[in-house]
Design a binder for this molecule. Structure first.
Ligand SMILES: NC(=O)c1ccc[n+]([C@@H]2O[C@H](COP(=O)([O-])OP(=O)(O)OC[C@H]3O[C@@H](n4cnc5c(N)ncnc54)[C@H](O)[C@@H]3O)[C@@H](O)[C@H]2O)c1
Ligand SMILES: O=P(O)(O)OC[C@H](O)CO
Length: 377
């Protein structure tokens, strides 16, 4: 398929995955001046984007920029690209990277994850899967996250996002390409916090959907959102994130958007569960990606390994497994314990002092080892 975007002036970018977010992000980049080539799995979808400037299945009613083109051949998409953006379902990333590896191995371009899931089998974040499969310098990898419901952005309603990379330079390069009059990008170097924010808010949005489906009101939802943010922060900090990232766009910002919007697929999946559909029925009814459903089990496994208590996410899992009536999720929001608890919101010690305790332990081991890092540090 020939390129038809020669009149754009910015970097040449390839977007891998032409679902709702990949296509919307392609539009963001093209509207910012980039020369965008989308890769779609199905040839007819590539043709619809390239010729008709539409993606009717995922973005009904949206006209795509005329500078945007598409192909179903990976090599054509990557050929001549300065940056590559990845937006396939998280569980399929590894298999997709196997096809991309030979095309990317002699390049130094930034590789940007737009995804918000963890790999079910390994619990790895998407940037970790990229680093593993492509065996590339982690400073080349960036992640994008924030309150970014695709259809709203495709309608050019203003919003913001965070681009995170271990390399400030990579983050800034990507942020300069991924911005326009309706999409503002900020940068940080907290890849862990930025990625986990996007993963964890999905789980809380499923919980919100469940109570919505049951018919509970705003008090219940506000309680889950507030306690959910504490859970998200506890988990992310215990796994290496900066607590302030969870208070930003990739944490609180995305949590609000996803929990409030009927456009959210995670929220929708939860609502169906709350209305009494089984997990299997919900999966059958969803024709778009609801990442939260696959992330629940690996996140709880990581939580156990890092000694973090996640009562809301635990209860989502019980509902998914058919072991808890959705009506029961709210009364047991955070504890079955009768002892009154402190309302702890101080994210600096987000895991109840656990992060601080581990930092002391590391310092103690280092001191004992004559200044060398403790194993596993
Ligand atoms: N839609 C949003 O509002 C939004 C916003 C931010 C982030 N995200 C994240 O973006 C990622 C992609 O989600 P989406 O919303 O575009 O999903 P989607 O369901 O709209 O589209 C998924 C796309 O991937 C393709 N696909 C399915 N299986 C595949 C496979 N095995 N290999 C390659 N391609 C495959 C589908 O054909 C489709 O084009 C997810 O991680 C999601 O959390 C979505
Ligand atoms: O539709 P969801 O639930 O995948 O959420 C989409 C985005 O992540 C919102 O920022």
């Amino acid at each position: 398929m020939t390129r038809k975007n020669a009149d754009a002036r910015g970097p040449r970018v390839a977007v891998i995955g032409a679902g709702s977010w990949g296509t919307t992000f392609g539009k963001i980049l093209a509207d910012g001046g980039a020369q965008v080539t989308m890769w779609a799995r199905r040839p007819e979808q590539a043709l619809e984007i390239a010729e008709g400037k539409r993606n009717t299945k995922y973005l009904p009613g949206i006209n795509l920029p005329r500078t945007m083109t598409a192909t179903h051949e990976l090599s054509t998409a990557i050929d001549g690209a300065d940056q590559v953006y990845l937006s396939v379902p998280s569980q399929s990333l590894r298999e997709n990277l196997k096809g991309l590896r030979p095309l990317l191995e002699n390049t130094s371009m930034p590789i940007v994850s737009l995804m918000k899931g963890v790999e079910r089998a390994s619990g790895l974040r998407m940037s970790q899967v990229i680093e593993q499969e492509l065996a590339c310098d982690p400073e080349r990898i960036a992640v994008a996250s924030g309150p970014n419901l695709a259809l709203e952005i495709a309608r050019e309603q203003p919003t913001a996002a965070v681009i995170a990379s271990l390399s400030q330079e990579t983050a800034e390069t990507v942020a300069r390409a991924a911005r326009n009059s309706y999409f503002r990008t900020f940068v940080n170097t907290d890849v862990i916090g930025t990625e986990f924010g996007g993963v964890l808010k999905n789980l809380i949005a499923v919980a919100i959907g469940i109570v919505d489906g049951v018919g509970y009101g705003e008090n219940t939802k506000a309680s889950i959102i507030t306690r959910g943010l504490v859970e998200m922060t506890d988990f992310a900090v215990a796994n290496g994130a900066q607590p302030e990232t969870l208070q930003g766009l990739a944490g609180l910002g995305d949590l609000i958007a996803t929990c409030q919007s009927p456009l959210s697929r995670n929220n929708t999946a939860g609502r169906l569960l709350g209305q009494g559909y089984s997990y299997q029925d919900v999966v059958k009814q969803m024709n778009q990606t609801a990442e939260g459903l696959a992330s629940v089990a690996p996140i709880l496994q990581l939580a156990r390994e890092s000694d973090v208590h996640m009562p809301i996410v635990e209860q989502v899992k019980m509902v998914l497994d058919g072991k808890m009536n959705p009506r029961d999720i709210a009364p047991h929001l955070t504890t079955d314990d009768d002892t009154p608890q402190e309302e702890r919101t101080n994210h600096g010690q987000a895991d109840g002092g656990g992060a601080l305790r581990r930092a002391f332990q590391r310092a103690f081991h280092q001191f004992r080892n004559g200044g060398r890092s403790a194993a596993g540090d």
